[in-house]
Design a protein around this ligand. Sequence first.
Ligand SMILES: Nc1nc2c(c(CN[C@H]3C=C[C@H](O)[C@@H]3O)cn2[C@@H]2O[C@H](COP(=O)(O)O)[C@@H](O)[C@H]2O)c(=O)[nH]1
Length: 365
Amino acid sequence: MPVAHISGSAAGERVLESAQYISQHSKDVFVPEEGVRRAAQEIVERMQSVGYSTAEWRKHTLNPSVADSAAIEWIFVVDALNFSFWTDKSGSPHKQYTVTLDGHAYRGYWTLCAAINRAEREGVPMTDPAFYSRMSLDDLAHVFRADDPAIQEPIPLLARRLQVLHEIGRVLQDKYSGRFANAVELCRGSAQRLVELVVRDFPCFRDEHRYGGRAVQLYKRAQILVADIWACFEGKASGWFYDIDQITMFADYRVPQALCHFGALSYSPRLADFLRRSERAVALHGEAAVAACPPEAGLLPSGHEWEVEIRGNSIWAVERIRQHILASGAHVNAILIDFYLWDYAKEHPESMRSVPIHLTRSIFY
Ligand SMILES: Nc1nc2c(c(CN[C@H]3C=C[C@H](O)[C@@H]3O)cn2[C@@H]2O[C@H](COP(=O)(O)O)[C@@H](O)[C@H]2O)c(=O)[nH]1
């Protein structure tokens, strides 16, 4: 099916318009202009001092080291499963779900990459849709097993991850001869067309919600899928997209923490109080017990207006930071600002501790 017929404004424009709308109507999350200005200055200085660029992407040990079609299939599976790694054991790392590879114990998002790489080494073809579209729950539990038997906690949302693999594997075989590289080729260098194709053909990427009486699109995983391909290929060959700068920040639960740390995002007292209470309750009583509580004392349900406000304002804050950096004469896009903030949060966990994350179980981020 030709991609060109996809109608409506480009996905990235719809995400940015949604983010601006959310920010304009938010009651509990704000993008302080003074914080944005300070954050822009600090971020661009830090990025320039380390020469932050797409080259960082392949430096991550677990990311593909070669930019080829196998890397595209790896990125597709990883970003289809790139969601919900937070745990109620964060306070006690020795019990937290970890995957050890080459002697290094990975947590959070990196457990996903480590598990996929470990499986591939064991001859489990986790980037082959003919295989993963027919996996059983036991097969997947083995792929995502914690190597330390003392760790009872499985990777969150295991059954949902299996559903995602079955869905994307079936569509990829039916429509793109089993290769996501074919879908990339069809979009002829347009990042927006590729995001549109992904949210049209792969329902698990449809990160769409209702807020303030209308539909809003956040498309976090569809956009980071395109961004990871762009970064892996350093903007060349299959990673060349003439409209890559229209991709926005990826609305997850980690970058908002970094944005708050830099002062570019802030929460109302009642929201900040809720987030702290929710985090404390989950650490003390465990997720299952807290999930059974009424919303005002429990987790933040997917689609809740506070969740949408945190995610939408995070996108808008990065856009404002990007505009400030552009005005200063430097060139950077929302992807590199996002990657920088995410890496910063992971490299400075102690700085992040004072800012709570929002605890929502979702397959969207
Ligand atoms: N906004 C944004 N969200 C990102 C990423 C990544 C991984 N990308 C890196 C890999 C190669 C590139 O160089 C990127 O640096 C994962 N996530 C999200 O974070 C959360 C996991 O957090 P934790 O539980 O602490 O590991 C979860 O929602 C996951 O979906 C990103 O880059 N940006």
